[in-house]
Design a protein around this ligand. Sequence first.
Ligand code: FMN
Length: 478
Amino acid sequence: MSLPFILSFRKDITVTEESRDRMVIQSTRVKGNLPQYTLNLEQVSPGLFSAINSLSTAGGTEENLSDSVLQTDGFERLPTFYYYLNQFIQLGWICHTVAGDGVSIATRVPIYPFKRFQVQSATVEQKYTLSRFAYCHKQDNQLIIESPLSHTKVILADWRGAALVSELAQPRTGEELCQTIPGLTPEMVQLFLSLLRSSQMLGVVPNNGKIEEDESHSLISWEFHDLLFHARSRKGRHSNDSGKTFRFLDKIPQPPMIQPQMSDEIIELYQPDIEKLKAEDYSFTWVLEERKSIRSYGDKPITLKQLGEFMYRCTRNKRITAKDYGECTHRPYANSGGRYELELYAIANTCDNLDSGVYHYRPEAHQLCRLTGRNENVEALLEDAYFANGRFCMPQVLFVFAPRFQRASWVYESIAYANMLKDVGSLQQTMYLVATAMNLAPCAIGGGNSDLFAATVGTDYYRETSVGEFILGSLSVD
Ligand SMILES: Cc1cc2nc3c(=O)[nH]c(=O)nc-3n(C[C@H](O)[C@H](O)[C@H](O)COP(=O)(O)O)c2cc1C
């Protein structure tokens, strides 16, 4: 028997009565990746007509809706009703609501179509607990529970829904929940548990206390934040807009292509002769084959001239392109959308002819801008990189990549942060290759302290802070 959820259309589904037996039903969502879809229904029987109208207004349980078709149209029209109901569910058009005393407690809303809603019934005697991937947050003045394991969201419309979720942080039976939370009947609790269970947000607790996801070999290594980031920055498990949507166009100005100069202490950098290098440099295949991470250095430190050449070959602005949504640049490394949101900072530990301290690179002028000398924060940032490279050597120069986040998120939606991390990879590989061609010692670094970095250079953490690091030094000759 079907569970007595109240079924209704998602808010963006419109039903138009073309004539007494013709209806057009369509998803009108203009945002998001959900495909627009239209169903033209012909020769609609009166009972089906009224069932579909119910779905687009107050809704009804499957039993109520099928009963009304049975009463109005007779038994032979029931298969047609079920055919269409299944189709609506398949399209992700149907919400399932748990209600009590005429108040809705929770509503399951599909956020991606073409995922069949497999009802998984719960019982009030069994113990259940929340999935570690389920999380609550506020959306459009409502409390929502979502999970990267799910293709749905559940709106917790009433305080009792939120109280149930809170209790389910620990294993609980439906009977215990009824005793703890006032105003709930066993039927409402059972339905609520079934709703969360069918939405991959709840696990059955067996005797050993471990729910299925705890024993799953493929899930065990996923951290909550990683899986959420993965599911939300890739398509397929959400209906948010994704890609170049320019959602802040006409709302906030985009950050300029070039970061304003950060101090008056300017150091001009050496510019190599690129044409000469093209003719005389190591072959591409030699560089590719010889590239490796090197974590210890020569006795003599890297020089300012080498640093200048290295940065010129990796990160200078080569030219500016005017796009219809603003200026973009070209640099030796590829970058998503030509936004070049990554600001480059060089933290000098030991570099010949360059005082120890923090410098900002100006890619359009090929200059360093001195921000601060050696201090406690600088020591801590260098030490972090030292520990990350297995305590081989203090880095001679630590490069820190810090995106001006809005440069990317002004253009991209859903994938902005993911793209920034990919841009870090693109820059790191370019740095590896140029360092190899210059007989220097390169190594990417996999972690760093973004709070400390923002405090060191005085940026607003939410506008610009570190997302990647790279260390460089002189090669030892032995
Ligand atoms: C994203 C990324 C992060 C890395 N993080 C570190 C790190 O924190 N410490 C370190 O010593 N090496 C780090 N490396 C270097 C890798 O250990 C190295 O590339 C890998 O072992 C292959 O060796 P190879 O570069 O010599 O070919 C990192 C490399 C990448 C691409």
